[in-house]
Design a protein around this ligand. Structure first.
Ligand SMILES: [Zn+2]
Length: 109
């Protein structure tokens, strides 16, 4: 028998989702945040399987899927912003055209 999540909802009812292997909570009530795209992908895969097994309310899965998609975009955006900042610094280009140095070193916006 699969262990159930130990999280209690506001009304005291226990979460009906299956606990993650080796943990006391489901993926939704795990206090550990999703920190990278690999963890978000694993979360999505687990959620899909839970929906297909009927262990997760599709409405909750839809909401979590939407938020996971936003998180994925955010996780992907962070490294791009760092790379862009490094490129701008290397090329001596400021992000704000109003504060950028004028002259031949500035690129047209
Ligand atoms: Zn739960």
């Amino acid at each position: 028998m699969t262990k159930k999540c130990e999280f209690r909802k506001k009304d005291g009812e226990r979460c009906d989702a299956n606990a993650q292997a080796g943990k006391d909570s489901c993926v939704f009530h795990d206090p550990a945040p999703l920190r990278n795209t690999t963890e978000v992908s694993a979360f999505l895969a687990k959620s899909i399987n839970q929906v297909l097994r009927g262990a997760l309310d599709p409405r909750v899965a839809n909401s979590a899927g939407y938020l996971a998609n936003v998180l994925l975009r955010s996780l992907e955006q962070g490294p791009l912003e760092i790379r862009m900042a490094r490129l701008e610094a290397a090329l001596d280009i400021a992000k704000d055209p109003h504060t950028a140095a004028s002259g031949k070193d500035s690129l047209p916006v």
